[in-house]
Design a protein around this ligand. Structure first.
Ligand code: PNS
Length: 179
């Protein structure tokens, strides 16, 4: 775990990123111009089944954000506030696409502040052209073999195209749905 510079304005952008979309990338690019450092936190919750495993989700984001020199990508599990405390980070970033996101995001922001009063959540309104994109919809399109080339960054598109069969087989194994 890298030691952080106390003088830098650091923001933590947590998510499942299952998969990482161009909407997520847009939020990171814009935040990287505002904050000194953006740390993308890929959640690994042991009780949840993901479409893409933690290592691949993390590596795909690393590949995508490589041109952005002030962006770091990590994976984390457990409570977000615990991870933030360990690294002495106080600001969380979340993207807002539509009113429908608001209730959940509001609840999470209040819960995180309730758990640690020092945590503030910053919301970045998504670019209008990406407002309809979600990881869930992308998985649905992929399942039906639709075109996702304009919805995910290049490295994610290549990975999903190459691994589609295996991911779908895993998703439907044990009769369990993993969307
Ligand atoms: O991309 P997502 O799935 O909408 O991101 C949700 C995420 C990862 C931000 C949220 O589930 C989270 O922070 N999980 C970590 C566990 C935790 O702290 N839960 C309480 C938050 S109110």
């Amino acid at each position: 775990m890298k030691k952080l510079d106390k003088n830098e304005k650091i923001v933590f952008y947590p998510g499942s990123f299952d998969p990482f979309t161009i909407g997520h990338y847009d939020v990171i690019k814009r935040a990287s111009k505002i904050f000194d450092k953006v740390i993308v936190g890929v959640l690994f919750n042991i009780n949840k089944k993901y479409f893409i495993d933690k290592e691949d989700r993390t590596n795909l984001i690393k590949k995508t954000v490589k041109p952005l020199k002030n962006v770091e990508v990590v994976s984390f599990n457990g409570l977000l506030v615990d991870y933030l405390q360990k690294r002495d980070i106080k600001i969380v970033l979340r993207g807002l696409r539509a009113v429908s996101d608001f209730e959940y995001e509001f609840q999470m922001a209040l819960m995180n502040r309730g758990l640690n009063s020092e945590i503030e959540t910053f919301f970045m309104v998504t670019s209008a052209c990406f407002s309809y994109i979600s990881s869930t919809i992308i998985k649905e399109i992929l399942i039906h073999n639709g075109d996702i080339s304009n919805l995910v960054p290049g490295p994610v598109f290549n990975y999903l195209s190459k691994n589609r069969e295996r991911l779908l087989k895993d998703r439907f194994s044990n009769g369990k749905k993993k969307i």
